[in-house]
Design a protein around this ligand. Structure first.
Ligand SMILES: Nc1ncnc2c1ncn2[C@@H]1O[C@H](COP(=O)(O)OP(=O)(O)OP(=O)(O)O)[C@@H](O)[C@H]1O
Ligand SMILES: [Mg+2]
Length: 307
């Protein structure tokens, strides 16, 4: 409820103060609403957590996760997740915790850290300044003879879930005609996403895994977990479907570098990949014969909103 409320407040601020939603106006509405998140008592801790901060966090986690109880009074909120338990603690408002499900287990947590180290390297070496990878740390929590690994990350102030994130992206798309600078910024965001996806850095391409900050300045790469049975081409198709169709050429350009192929070869590869898409929204499953058809459909789906 709070998230929905915050989302509409943020969007209302954008509409009222129209000149480019990167303006400080949205930030001030935001920081008022999220004061606790941004300036809570333990949010200034540097990563990796250490010393007293680390001891305090581990002590609380030991009480919450053996076994995990969503009713525990220390828990702040749970975040939408299909594969793990993602939550925060009231006393550590700047942190978010990820407990892998039994299938993922310890191995899953370690893989996740390894993958995020790799993506950090891609983001830094290719200067992907519109993408932010949250700092991450793997913690071992013990109580009596029980032991569990958990991931802690710096928490960003965001709207959560596929549908709210889709709305946020498309809210910005609607303003492109009046604001070419905004359109250029988003083009760059999608170029950078195409680079990270094609370099194998982000495998589960969904709005909820690439949340946009409310001010439309950055994408936070909250979930770069490898998904082994999905090809890079399938991920690129998902990225194209997230994007505004005017960015398709930019996405293909951005992707071709890491894949060591030219755009024409890439288009052929994409055409061979079955264009089957389920991008996380209930009831939305799409299939396309080719890229042009996809572009047309995506335009139509956006036109319903663009007057
Ligand atoms: N660092 C972060 N800051 C703010 N929110 C976050 C952060 N990490 C995750 N979230 C929120 O929690 C949700 C679930 O996190 P994450 O995607 O890492 O879990 P998951 O188990 O891999 O999810 P799934 O498999 O369903 O995609 C994200 O979609 C996002 O809304
Ligand atoms: Mg996710």
């Amino acid at each position: 409820m709070f998230v929905v409320f915050r989302f509409w407040i943020a969007l209302a601020s954008c509409v009222i103060l129209t000149s480019g939603c990167g303006a400080p106006s949205i930030d001030s509405a935001h920081s008022e609403l999220d004061a606790s998140v941004k300036q809570g008592p333990d949010t200034k801790d540097a990563f990796p957590l250490k010393g007293d901060a680390l001891i305090k966090v581990k002590k609380e986690l030991a009480q919450v996760i053996f076994p995990f109880s969503r009713e525990h009074p220390f828990i702040g909120r749970l975040y939408p997740s299909a594969t793990s338990i993602v939550f925060d603690l009231k006393n550590f408002a700047g942190l978010i915790f990820k407990l892998m499900g039994d299938e993922g287990g310890e191995e899953g947590a370690k893989k996740r850290i390894k993958q995020s180290d790799y993506v950090r390297e891609v983001v830094a070496s290719r200067r992907l300044f519109r993408l932010i990878l949250p700092e991450t740390q793997h913690l071992e929590i013990a109580r009596d003879d029980l032991r569990k690994g958990i991931i802690v990350e710096r928490k960003y102030s965001l709207v959560h879930g596929d549908i709210p994130q889709k709305r946020l992206y498309e809210f910005y798309y609607e303003q492109f005609k009046q604001n070419p600078a905004l359109q250029e910024r988003f083009k760059e965001i999608f170029r950078q996403l195409a680079v990270v996806v094609s370099c194998g850095g982000a495998n589960d391409v969904l709005f909820r895994n690439f949340p946009l900050t409310d001010d439309g300045q950055h994408v936070i790469l909250v979930d770069v977990m490898p998904i082994l049975d999905r090809s890079t081409y399938a991920n690129l198709i998902r990225l194209l479907w997230m994007a505004h169709p005017d960015f398709y050429d930019t996405i293909l350009q951005g992707a071709s570098g890491c894949l060591s192929m030219n755009e024409e070869e890439l288009i052929n590869k994409l055409a061979e990949t079955s264009f089957y898409l389920n991008y996380g929204e209930v009831g939305v499953v799409k299939s396309f014969k080719n890229l042009e058809e996809m572009k047309k459909e995506r335009k139509l789906s956006l036109k319903e909103k663009i007057k």
